[in-house]
Ligand binder design. Structure first.
Ligand SMILES: [Zn+2]
Length: 420
């Protein structure tokens, strides 16, 4: 059997309640008709499972069912997203993609002997290092190497331990491995990325995707906040670093960046598209949460019971704001003063509710605070139980239309499409 190899373009899609698999596949089928070939990766983290009360096996069942219903003939994957040693067990049987999250281990020093050995192994890079595709040479000192070892070596070793545990249980080559370090405070520079990749290769992790933390803020459900020029420069440099590292360290030839977008980072989509086309690089884009918000938009626009549910989700989310926001503290930025009172929202019709929620920065009714709160408010819908999922079924047609169009028009075309 040949090793599982992730395609050039892939997308981490989401399905909080397991109902939008078909609508998301429909967007990818439409993209294929336009010559944009993407494969889907259903991703759901341990955090999301615990909040909703689903199990990893549910995602596998849902993905299989959607694929067969839609006659999807291409690859698809189920990602154990952001797992670590403590919570990986329940994902092992039903996942074939594992995102090893070692952000928490960043900054824990490794054994000093091992740090010394790592620094020694990187000595060739001392001085000025020129990487094809990057104009400025990097200056790398002994200090640079020591700092990277102190910050990242232990985290990569931890990824190695999880990887070997998985390989022991599932067999080498039977799953895709991603290493993620995005949920941390400080971004990784291109030089740090290079040294992290060197450590990953030394650990023997056949990483096919790597998720660094990029410069700027990636708040949930809303656009990028940060210096666009710097983002574009570093993103291009990261791609050059990856191409270099693949050759230099013998990492898998399809190794690519994984962008954990937190949904809807519209303003960096153009820079990302230009960069991947310029380098002929692949890309994995995770944008799961955007679909749950389209469910709410579809419910609101359906009116009647759909709109009533959408309003209730908001009112309850507002009531439980602190608790809902806590697990996402580092990735949201909500100004409570900008959140409308439930009695104001009660007056809204479906169009007005949808306009406040829909991510259209040009629409004067769009409210990013409202949107972020609802983005993290899915627990409220989960607590509604059958009432919520019955509504998803009853209004499926209206909802699916929004889910597919959102994915195709606002995400797939802008990121993967041909144009300049
Ligand atoms: Zn992430």
């Amino acid at each position: 059997m040949t090793d599982k190899r992730l395609e050039k373009f892939s997308m981490g899609i989401g399905d909080r309640f397991g109902h939008q698999g078909r609508a998301q596949l429909r967007a990818m089928q439409a993209a294929r008709a336009e010559g944009i070939e993407i494969v889907p990766v259903w991703n759901k983290s341990f955090r999301e499972h615990s909040i909703i009360g689903t199990r990893p096996a549910d995602v596998r069942a849902e993905a299989d069912a959607a694929v067969s219903a839609m006659g999807w003939k291409h690859s698809y994957y189920v990602d154990a997203d952001h797992i670590n040693f403590k919570n990986v067990e329940s994902f092992i049987d039903c996942s074939d993609f594992f995102t090893l999250d070692v952000a928490e281990e960043i900054g824990h020093p490794a054994e000093s002997k091992e740090m010394e050995a790592f620094v020694r192994s990187c000595r060739d890079f001392l001085g000025t290092l020129t990487i094809p595709g990057i104009e400025r040479p990097f200056v790398i000192s002994e200090k640079t190497l020591e700092a990277a070892a102190a910050k990242y070596l232990f985290a990569v070793q931890q990824a190695g331990r999880i990887y070997r545990h998985l390989a022991g249980k599932k067999g080498t080559g039977t799953f895709i491995t991603e290493v993620s370090m995005d949920e941390t405070d400080s971004p990784q520079t291109p030089v740090e990325l290079l040294l992290i990749l060197s450590a990953i290769a030394r650990e023997g992790i056949p990483a096919q995707t790597i998720a660094p933390k990029f410069t700027g803020r990636f708040n949930k459900g809303v656009d990028y906040v940060g210096n666009l020029e710097q983002f574009e420069k570093e993103f291009n440099e990261d791609l050059a670093v990856i191409a270099f590292a693949v050759k230099e360290f013998g990492l898998p030839g399809n190794l690519k960046l994984s962008v954990h977008s937190g949904s809807d980072k519209f303003s960096i989509y153009g820079p990302i598209r230009r960069a991947i086309h310029r380098f002929g690089a692949g890309l994995h884009l995770k944008t799961a949460g955007t679909t749950w918000l389209e469910e709410l938009i579809g419910l609101a626009e359906a009116g009647g019971e759909g709109l009533a549910i959408a309003k209730e989700v908001y009112a309850k989310a507002l009531e439980n704001r602190q608790a809902l926001c806590a697990p996402y503290a580092t990735v949201i930025d909500i100004d409570a003063a900008q959140l409308p009172a439930p009695k104001v929202v009660d007056q809204w019709d479906g169009k007005r509710f949808a306009a406040a929620l829909r991510h259209n920065p040009r629409c004067p009714d769009y409210n990013p605070h409202f949107r972020q709160l609802l983005h993290v408010g899915y627990k409220v819908a989960a607590q509604m139980g059958r009432r919520f999922t019955d509504a998803l079924e009853r209004f499926e047609e209206e909802i699916a239309k929004h889910v597919s169009a959102n994915l195709l028009e606002r995400h797939i075309r802008p990121v993967f499409g041909k144009g300049a």
